[in-house]
Design a protein around this ligand. Structure first.
Ligand code: ADP
Length: 505
């Protein structure tokens, strides 16, 4: 299969959030399974420099000059190429300095306001990706688009480029429904799309035009980053206004949990922790716990359960629940370490907890990847009481490090953590603890259940080992994506056959 991925970020060339990491890993995993994968992304300021530093400098594609129709103009573009680390995946960069040679990707660096011309910049990406394919000679079987900046591409394939890309299947992954790319309706002209598509069933969104909605109505299939998140975004509470259109497409929604980078997150080889360990030899984990307690000034108590938490300190991550539950929880015989930065009110609250419990509460208000590795390795449990979480990574790192997750059953957390009681204690499936209701009482109840089981060393060990032996690699995700691509191709083939029949008739 030949797969072209289009995205507005790709690690290690450009990164603002988790989306970039997916683009840095999934293509390589697909390529290792024997598929041909290309990535298409903007040539932002800084990309060239990063490519040089990586030893994979950009090269201009011979004859790689082309134009992209934007409104009445033919806007010039140039194709550059490099490869992802490992060399198996080619990345094609779309160059236009007017659009992309800026400090930020989406926002002004001075005040973090959106660029005024974001609609035009990402029309250029969505349409430019197809012009790039034509210019460079790529004929993808599957065009896999990610999040709103690429949402128009599936529509282009169906309505403007159907002759050039007949039978190309389109896939649109929703990583976060909250970002929708909504712009005023006159941009239909800029996008060069027929006004007949500007209706409530298609691109119109309450009088405006939405890139995300275009992807949702246009793509053949719609993977999102967990099954549960796929269900949640079809509800009024969590659909951010897109629940109606997503419900219409529920048959084509699939949940595929992201993988983790096991070169970076593997307790058996992790160079950032004082002792390595694995499911076959857990002894190093006790040393990590000791080092962690020492670093944060906690009492050296090997048998007191230690709970870790690492996240942005924002509502999404359940910080308001923590604020209500932690003072009570800390009355138990446990230790707690939090790492994160974010809203001032939560930083203040955690600071107060530390001041009140200096020997059992550790805190680091920073973004610190080294500290994150030690906390994952040295903690016994990991707390994620999130309000919502499309996929989540930390519960997967925790499972891998034998650090039993205690999570709220939302989105990717619900898909990956099987509660000890609900999943069947005594079975081999349980790997953590979870709670449904977003209340301090439910959170406390889950932690108290975990603390009780912690005393049963054998049962606890079994819980740890189940998580550690599970496969959360990108290879697993890539296999699931391949299934979804096959479904998309079947749909595209039917569409093509239908179109041909129509033409014959
Ligand atoms: P989100 O993208 O919503 O922040 P994810 O769980 O998908 O949540 O990914 C967050 C990533 O950022 C994880 O790898 C987590 O370990 C990391 N992270 C978050 N806060 C910190 C921090 N303060 N220090 C180090 N790593 C952090």
């Amino acid at each position: 299969m030949q797969i072209a991925m289009v995205a507005s970020e790709v690690t290690p060339f450009s990164k603002e959030g988790g989306l970039a990491d997916v683009l840095g890993s999934l293509p390589a995993a697909l390529s290792e399974l024997g598929e041909t994968v290309w990535v298409i992304s903007p040539l932002y300021r800084g990309v060239r420099e990063r490519a040089d530093r990586m030893g994979s400098p950009l090269q201009r594609v011979p004859d790689g000059r082309f134009t992209v129709p934007i409104g009445d103009a033919d806007v010039p573009a140039t194709a550059w190429r490099s490869t992802l680390p490992g060399g198996g995946v080619e990345v094609f960069f779309l160059e236009n300095d007017h659009y992309y040679d800026r400090e930020g990707y989406y926002t002004n660096r001075s005040d973090y306001s959106d660029y005024q011309d974001n609609s035009e910049r990402f029309v250029f990406l969505s349409r430019g990706a197809l012009e790039m394919c034509k210019a460079v000679g790529l004929r993808p079987d599957v065009l896999h688009c990610h999040d709103w900046p690429t949402g128009l591409a599936p529509i282009y394939v169906k309505y403007i480029y159907e002759a050039e890309f007949p039978g190309t299947a389109t896939v649109f992954t929703i990583h976060n429904i909250a970002y929708q790319g909504i712009f005023w309706h006159w941009d239909m002209n800029l996008a060069g799309l027929p006004w007949s598509l500007f209706n409530w069933k298609m691109l119109e969104y309450y009088g405006n035009r939405s890139f995300l909605k275009a992807g949702v109505v246009g793509a053949d299939v719609l993977p999102t980053v967990s099954k549960k998140y796929g269900e949640e975004i079809q509800t009024e509470e969590q659909g951010c206004g897109m629940d109606g259109v997503l419900t219409e497409r529920s048959e084509d929604l699939y949940g595929i949990v992201n993988g983790i980078d096991t070169d970076v997150w593997n307790p058996a080889t992790d160079p950032l922790i004082p002792a390595n360990f694995s499911a076959d030899d857990l002894s190093g984990k006790a040393l990590c716990k000791r080092a962690l307690q020492e670093q944060y000034g906690l009492r050296q108590e090997p048998n007191v359960p230690l709970l870790g938490m690492i996240c942005r300190l924002v509502d999404q991550k359940g910080l308001d629940l923590c604020r209500q539950a932690l003072p009570q929880l800390l009355k138990n015989d446990l230790q707690f370490i939090a790492l994160g930065r974010g809203e001032a009110r939560y930083q203040t609250f955690l600071g107060r907890m530390q001041a009140e419990h200096p020997r059992s509460f550790g805190l680091r208000l920073a973004y610190d990847e080294d500290a994150a590795h030690l906390i994952e390795a040295g903690s016994d449990m990991f707390l994620m009481p999130n309000r919502f979480e499309p996929c989540g990574l930390n519960q997967l790192y925790s499972l891998k490090y034998g650090t039993v997750p205690v999570v709220r059953a939302t989105g990717g957390l619900a898909d990956t953590v099987v509660d000890y009681a609900a999943g069947g204690s005594g079975t081999q499936e349980a790997n953590g603890f979870s709670f449904d209701e977003y209340t301090p009482a439910a959170l406390m109840n889950a932690v108290v259940r975990a603390l009780a089981l912690y005393k049963d060393r054998n049962a606890w060990r079994q819980l740890m080992l189940t998580g550690m032996r599970q496969d959360w690699s990108w290879k697993r995700s890539a296999r699931e994506y391949l299934d979804v691509y096959r479904k998309a191709r079947e749909k595209a083939a039917r569409r093509l056959a239908g179109g041909l029949e129509g033409a014959v008739a």
